[in-house]
Design a protein around this ligand. Structure first.
Ligand SMILES: Cc1cc2nc3c(=O)[nH]c(=O)nc-3n(C[C@H](O)[C@H](O)[C@H](O)COP(=O)(O)OP(=O)(O)OC[C@H]3O[C@@H](n4cnc5c(N)ncnc54)[C@H](O)[C@@H]3O)c2cc1C
Length: 383
């Protein structure tokens, strides 16, 4: 059976695939999104929704974060309420010398890049976060950090894409690629063949498997993370608050369990407590050790949480790339195949910049940001 042909087939209906679909459809392409599950059934429904500049190392990822922020605040500004966009700001706090040294160097690089960072003393910390542990004496406030609700983001971006002519096909697993000589000309799915001028691999943590079906490799691996969700409270935590050690955990490639506290409130009143990182494959087993470290870390920042109930925990698999940069752009090893994957722990924040840039490239326009650092064939084994 054949499905109606399209210009752009997007594999994956997570935040990244939805953003690619929205911007490609807005640019006039006929788009079909295929996902083997439901929409947002991958990592985009097992994460938090932070949109951060504060944790990005200066360089291509920070450039993409700043470009994405611009897209959130301009192209998508009118839709912000749909996905609970909240420009709440991020507060990085430091309790140890190790954390302070790492934070001050990064803050200096951020300032050099023009990012607004405000030093906060003990009194300022109490004004921003009245329940913060009084033992914490210094911090930095990033007013540009923001937050969205990821599942609402995916649902509404796909709805907006459909209003621009896109089709969304769920329960359709991509099982192979259609080829004409070297060129990729569509995908084979469990619901039929789909002819497409271009195929975008937005399969998140599973992007390596999809790429392999096209005969190329992209080194995307799962990096597991747990999150705790508390009962609803009233404005106990006002910003995204995290310990400076979080930044070095994000940048590390260690396979062992890492945990540094990240605590934030949501519009629903719950508090989300992250974030662990470990490379354990696709193991979905509950880890008491990881969750206990999350709870201890949160209490170190907000002792007031000691009497608060945790409602549930969940886990997700970040799409990790060895150099901590996503893979965005055309794949010269399989013309017609494009990638938008490997965003690790930042795929919600970076989704809209990625989708916008990919649509520019698909339309053969000059891209607002150089895609070279994100090239799919940049990894040594492929060269
Ligand atoms: C605990 C945790 C906290 C996080 N917090 C944040 C945060 O605060 N801010 C942030 O920006 N990011 C965060 N992230 C990272 C973020 O969740 C991911 O980077 C992002 O969700 C990736 O989106 P995606 O669209 O690339 O992938 P996904 O959402 O995983 O979507 C990929 C889709 O591809 C589909 N698929 C796979 N294989 C096939 C196939 N063969 N055929 C058809 N469909 C297929 C899957 O079903 C899936 O729906 C967090 C992640 C975790 C685990």
């Amino acid at each position: 059976m054949s499905l109606p042909p399209c210009d752009v087939a997007v594999v994956g209906a997570g935040a990244v695939g939805a953003a690619c679909a929205y911007f490609a459809a807005s640019a006039g392409h006929r788009v079909t999104v295929v996902d083997r599950g439901a929409i947002a059934s991958g990592t985009s429904s097992a994460c938090e929704g932070n949109i951060l500049v504060s944790d990005k190392e200066a360089g291509p990822e920070l450039d993409l974060a700043l470009y994405s922020l611009q897209v959130w605040l301009t192209d998508l500004a009118e839709y912000g309420e749909l996905w609970e966009f909240e420009a709440k700001g991020g507060l990085v706090v430091t309790a140890t010398e190790r954390g302070f040294a790492a934070a001050s160097e990064l803050i200096a690089r951020h300032r050099a890049r023009g990012i607004n960072v405000e030093d906060v003393d003990a009194t300022g910390l109490r004004d921003l976060e009245p329940h913060l542990n009084p033992a914490i004496a210094a911090g930095a406030y990033y007013p540009q950090d923001a937050q969205v609700q990821p599942m609402l983001l995916v649902a509404h971006l796909l709805r907006l894409a459909r209003e621009r002519g896109a089709c969304v096909l769920t329960g359709a697993e991509v099982t192979g690629f259609r080829r004409e000589r070297d060129r990729v000309v569509g995908v084979r799915t469990s619901r039929g063949d789909l002819a497409a001028g271009a195929v975008v691999n937005a399969a998140g943590t599973w992007a390596g498997e999809v790429a392999r079906l096209a005969g190329v490799s992209v080194p995307v691996l799962p990096r597991r993370g747990f999150v705790l969700v508390t009962e609803r409270l009233r404005a106990t935590v006002r910003h995204k608050v995290y310990a400076a050690e979080y930044v070095s955990d994000v940048a590390s490639s260690d396979e062992a369990l890492q945990s540094s506290p990240v605590v934030e409130g949501t519009p629903a009143g719950t508090i989300l407590i992250g974030a662990t990182r470990e490379r354990t494959g696709f193991d979905r087993a509950f880890s008491p050790a990881a969750v206990a470290r999350l709870a201890r870390g949160a209490l170190a920042l907000f002792p007031v949480l000691a009497s608060v109930h945790v409602m549930r925990s969940y886990l997700g698999f970040r799409p990790y790339c060895p150099d901590h940069l996503p893979i965005i752009g055309p794949d010269p090893r399989a013309p017609g195949l494009w990638h938008a994957c490997g965003h690790e722990g930042a795929g919600i924040g970076l989704s809209v910049g990625t989708g916008s840039l990919l649509a520019q490239a698909l339309s053969a326009d000059a891209t607002a940001l150089d895609l070279a650092p994100f090239a799919p064939d940049r990894f040594a084994e492929d060269r």
